[in-house]
Design a protein around this ligand. Structure first.
Ligand SMILES: Cc1ncc(COP(=O)(O)O)c(C=O)c1O
Length: 448
């Protein structure tokens, strides 16, 4: 009997304890989701490009499978998150490419820290470098001769490496970092993140009047407004850094091969593989390139070889498709160009129908890569809410559309940035929702 009670107690205690734990875990899960939902609806979030603001379980648009809707039939209430520039529209293309872009890395491969000890950038995989040069040659968007290639964990790391490389280590004052507003929202956040004594964010280049050394960031086409840009500061003591994340023929005509001292590129917006975290810099000056390499050495002892090999394969497929075919379904740039064109046409029609928003207008340019004239069709829509809407981000949020407010880009609340490189179902729903907000029913949409 005593034995029976002993066994009974231990078994039962185990079951009871498991049940309590399970319910606790479930509760925790629900609470986490509720908190995230709360953050979503109140719009409290970080300013970085990719910090996720929602869970896949929520009726929110960033799902892990391309076309799935978490709660089918609930589109009316679905929150559409177009805050981040997450390039998920490219998934469809790469699914169609299939095995051709697949690589297999055996367990014994890519083990050493070193990729090419003879190269100034000793962690640069030679095959990645080869494919970078090949792609630039085919597209014609940058001069690569007499340049050093520095690979980075995304162009985000390269940006930090550039700041480190350009800031004089013995200067009395931190070097000023500026960019013409509206500027990419991550520039101030990254520059100020370490409260460095080497460099300091000084905001809008157009109102910068300080004496001394400065770094001007020139993003062209610009994130967020899509305009092609040049330097705005015409004074001595400055170094220009050109961010060419979007200088690719699906977004803008390639009118000339860019030929600047420091040029940054990223796989994220070229092929859509943001998750690989690979970017590259083309740098003229050997000493600057060396200091950038030093920064990456200190920061992460190089850059993932696996990612570089995967990026090389993806670039190889893109370049092969450009060389062998003009078929719209086989070339990445054709696929993305047509998708962006369709999205901009639909968006402009919705804005026109609505009558209370406006978008930038662009002049067409002759694209040397495509051999024809076309208008820029940027990765982001820089939308302006007209009167009486004062806070555009807040207004759209109350209509379950999450965007990034103009204030993160150094301008006013009338503007928002909206990602147009998200999945089809999200963009379609967004455009439909926008076109249904009109002057005559605005009151209905103003309520929070
Ligand atoms: C202008 C610009 N530069 C840099 C980046 C960062 O790219 P990466 O994903 O390579 O870090 C982005 C990403 O959105 C961007 O828009």
């Amino acid at each position: 009997m005593a034995r029976f009670w002993h066994v009974f107690t231990v078994r039962n205690l185990l079951v009871v304890s498991l049940a309590i734990n399970a319910s606790f875990i479930l509760r925790l899960g629900y609470e986490t989701i509720d908190i995230k939902r709360e953050q979503l609806l109140t719009g409290k979030r970080a300013q970085g490009e990719a910090l996720p603001t929602q869970r896949a379980h929520l009726p929110v648009s960033t799902t892990s499978s391309p076309s799935s809707t978490p709660f089918p039939g609930s589109d009316r209430d679905r929150v559409i998150n177009l805050d981040h520039g997450d390039p998920t529209m490219y998934e469809r293309f790469w699914q169609q490419v299939g095995e051709k872009a697949t690589i297999v890395i055996p367990g014994w491969q890519s083990m050493s820290y070193f990729s090419d000890i003879g190269n100034l950038c000793w962690f640069l995989e030679p095959e990645f470098a080869r494919q970078v040069l090949r792609l630039h040659k085919i597209v014609g968007n940058a001069v690569t001769e007499d340049r050093h290639i520095v690979v980075g964990t995304g162009s985000t790391q390269l940006f930090q490496a550039v700041l480190y490389a350009l800031a004089p280590p013995d200067a009395e004052e931190p070097v000023s970092v500026v960019s013409a507003a509206p500027y990419y929202s991550s520039y101030p956040a990254i520059t100020e993140s370490l409260k460095s004594g080497l460099y300091r964010w000084e905001g809008d280049a157009l109102s910068f009047s300080k004496e001394g050394q400065f770094i001007e960031l020139v993003t062209s086409p610009n994130n967020p407004d899509g305009y092609v840009r040049g330097s705005v500061l015409n004074k001595s003591g400055g170094v220009l850094v050109h961010d060419f994340a979007y200088y690719w023929p699906q977004y803008t005509p390639i009118t000339y091969p860019a030929d600047y001292d420091i040029m940054l590129f990223t796989v994220s917006k070229t092929t859509g593989h943001a998750g690989m975290r690979i970017g590259w810099a083309l740098v003229k000056d050997r000493e600057i390139a060396k200091r950038m390499v030093k920064y990456i050495e200190l920061n992460s002892i190089g850059v993932s070889k696996d990612s570089q090999l995967r990026a090389a394969k993806v670039f190889e497929v893109v370049s092969d498709s450009c060389e062998s075919s003009s078929n719209t379904t086989e070339s990445l740039f054709e696929f993305a160009y047509h998708l962006m064109m369709e999205r901009w046409q639909n968006l402009r029609a919705a804005v026109k129908h609505s009558g209370i928003f406006s978008l930038p207008e662009f002049s067409p340019g002759f694209c040397m890569f495509k051999g024809r004239l076309f208008e820029p069709q940027p990765a982001f829509a820089w939308l302006k809410c007209e009167e009486p809407i004062e806070d555009c981000e807040r207004f759209l949020r109350s209509n379950k559309i999450l965007t990034r407010s103009g204030r993160h880009f150094g301008v006013g609340l009338q503007y928002v940035r909206i990602s147009l490189i998200d999945r089809d179902d999200n963009i379609d729903l967004f455009v439909e929702r926008l076109s249904n907000i009109r002057k005559d029913n605005l009151c209905q949409h103003m309520g929070e």
